[in-house]
Ligand binder design. Structure first.
Ligand SMILES: [Cu+2]
Length: 91
């Protein structure tokens, strides 16, 4: 259901539809306890990101963001630039 809503929100690029969105990314290269901290920081530095929850065990990052200020591509870019390439988690 969330995916459908996200899809609809993407179709209508209209400030009225702008709202908090959440996405889970699969993150590569996280090998130790410090990695999730680096990934989290790279995400939290983006304007519009309210929370970033990074799991070393699952190799994922779940981000809540304002789609008026940022988007999934920017989130992916940020972790990738920090050394941790990521992609939208299909699960
Ligand atoms: Cu590490």
């Amino acid at each position: 259901m969330k995916i459908i809503l996200l899809f609809i929100a993407t179709l209508f690029v209209n400030p009225v539809f702008a709202a908090e969105q959440s996405v889970t990314l699969s993150v590569d290269n996280m090998t130790c306890a410090l990695c999730p901290i680096t990934v989290k920081k790279s995400l939290k530095d983006i304007e519009g990101v309210s929370t970033a929850t990074v799991s070393l065990d699952d190799k994922t990052a779940t981000i809540v963001y304002d789609d008026d200020k940022t988007n999934v591509s920017e989130l992916i870019e940020a972790t990738t630039f920090a050394g941790y390439p990521s992609r939208v988690n299909a699960k």
